[in-house]
Write a protein that binds this ligand. Sequence first.
Ligand SMILES: [Zn+2]
Length: 200
Amino acid sequence: MLTAMGDVMRTAYEKGWITTRDGNISLCRHGKDTMYITPSGWRKTIIHPEHMLKVAFDNTDHYVLGENNSKPSGELEMHLMLQRSYKATRAVVHLHPTNIIAAMYAGWDLQILAAEFPEVSRYTRVGPSVPVLPVTSSELAFATYGAMTKDRKIIYDIVGQAAHGVCSVGKNPWAAFEHIERLEHICEIALRSGVTPKSK
Ligand SMILES: [Zn+2]
């Protein structure tokens, strides 16, 4: 599954959903209190299992530095909050998918939009979008966690982050990627349709 982490990031880059050093992914196996996460600023076209950093949930300052003294992704806090609240094996993926960001920017409510397309509504639970917040900030981590969870349980598969990206959770890296892919596809359809955005 560590290999899949890199494969997902390369695919995201090829699709134009991140620029070279953007995006991040974490993975935690069932019952573990440690997770693997992509290093900060690493080129996602050349990321492989040996580059992933292992971080303990209870002592995040004592991660082992990776190759070239790499540090965990700047969105570490967002990953930790979501990873801690789930016991099964899961992956958390953060990307900047073009059409999802464009749809939010144009005023579409992603939950309303998703409900209209069975391609998404059958397989992917879309949560409320997070407002514009500083990248890598605690505010963004808390708002994303708050949008994806209820009573400390993850109840949505994906949420949008206005003017920034998405956060998605799945049982493995590709499952999380598929939630993003489905939502991205219908956002492209909505934008191409020329229909006026429906918002709450
Ligand atoms: Zn980002």
